[in-house]
Design a protein around this ligand. Sequence first.
Ligand code: SAH
Length: 357
Amino acid sequence: MSVLRPDITSFRRHELAKKLIEIGLKPDLVKPLWNGVYVKGATDFSQIFTLSRKHQVLLADHFTISRPTVVRDLISRDGTRKWLLQFPDGNRVESVMIPEHDRGALCVSSQVGCTLSCTFCHTGTMKLTRNLTATEIVSQVLNARDGLSEWGKKRSDCVCTNIVLMGMGEPLFNFDNVSTALQIIMDGDGLGISRRRIMLSTAGVAPMIKRVGIELGVNLAISLHAVRDELRDELVPLNKKYPLQELLGACRDYPAASNARRITFEYVMLRDVNDSDADARELVRLLQGIHAKVNLIPWNPWPGAAYQASTEDRIQSFARIINDAGYSSAIRASRGEDIMAACGQLKSDSELTVITR
Ligand code: SAH
């Protein structure tokens, strides 16, 4: 029976109303149900006291409220926390909570594994197993709220205030599920994380970018990493399909970007590969006409990788050229490296899985 019952967190509000009608309930029960699941963190219908006992039982007959199993829960010495989560079919993903002084970003995965095979990325060495469902994406946020004991708290008392779709997978290869999940996450009467607090990162699926702006309006990040097609073809093989000109054209037209809401261009700094002053100057040229800011990411090592991180001086010099041209260029602090939770270090297949709860 339980495999047939859908998870209540797979539905957007209007879909849930329809489901309730189908089982003979009034759609106005969506309100207490939504509040119970997304504000109070109920994991069982019997915990939603604003519903009658009869309704609790009927709902439990038709739906579940499930959570992934936490296989591993690691905390870095800098406070970054990484959960390895397992879904009922045995597939696993990681999500990472990066706390900052008055807020924090949860880095969420969109696929089990990844098909992009970016040469500098650890996740890229995993095979793609499958897309995550909308529920599985939402459940990463629910798991973070559980783990941080944040149910029912005021936003100002929460660490999990922002979401970045920068975990495992390419979100724009799983757009429908990502979109459904984000609509649930953004719902103001539930988790209530606004589109301004959400960032979707893509390796450059150019034709999908417009829909992100129109349908979701979230902040956009582009994993650029190279300023010439020849090198980008090698580092981010997806570039062969959507080369720089096409990608940057889509960014120029991104409907949700403005002077106040700039597109973040992520650029991983690889020693003697993409980190010269000439590269920085070319980057400035490419960004002309785009509401852009640059995020320089010191490359994070992983076992067997063929790259080295750029030196601190090199990164500073690269950043200066971009700043002098009028673009902000933050150097991203590496977080959670000691637990392999930093950018590009996530990998969840059995090779690295040690179950130590
Ligand atoms: N597929 C999407 C979402 C992943 S985001 C995308 O590519 O944007 C993860 C970010 O970390 C990407 O910008 C990725 O290029 C970067 N990254 C991957 N490996 C890294 C590494 N070893 N060190 C630093 N950043 C890395």
